[in-house]
Write a protein that binds this ligand. Sequence first.
Ligand SMILES: [Fe+2]
Length: 214
Amino acid sequence: MCDLHAHDHEPFGFLVDTPEIRALVAETERLRGEIADDAARVEALRPAFARLLAAEGWLPEECARPYDASRMGGGIGQYALYRAADGSLTLFSLVVPVGSATPVHDHLAWGLVGIYRGRQDETVYRRLDDGSDPTRARLEVSKRQQLGPGEFYTLLPPADDIHYVTTISTTPSVSIHLLANDTACVWRHKFEPASGVVTPFRSGYANAPCPPEA
Ligand SMILES: [Fe+2]
């Protein structure tokens, strides 16, 4: 389930099928039908997301280990747990080895992100330019925070959508992301704050292929 070759033919739906994951996805779909406003919906999702982070035994070990072939580098593993076939929702785990940091990146979707194991230091950037040049961005640090197991935040782009995380625990950190896109397969952006360079970025899942490019 957390191995790329297990999903060559069916990379959508519940790649990891447990009652805990089904409960969160069902609650997300229910609230999608009920609440039109993204900000109100992510708030309403907090209890269900907290329950998943507090639960034990639903995340296979293979989806909680570093991934040497990572396109993000540093052995960072991104494992799809649930993927809506229409690209409207993904639940994934992100494993950041000790001493590794993600690139500075964006997500381009509303959702919730929380720590399941280990500790992360997160640096969030604010964009100072108007975004009209797709190859450049002027960024400044707007927030730094440390997060441990059970702690999570909501994401409502464009606010606080650009960040990087690094693991500060002595074991790899595992964070859980519920986001309203097919996060690892959409073209996002990688940023170099010092030089202002912006690069198109598709992170890819360690355990599921992305659809062929149109
Ligand atoms: Fe991120």
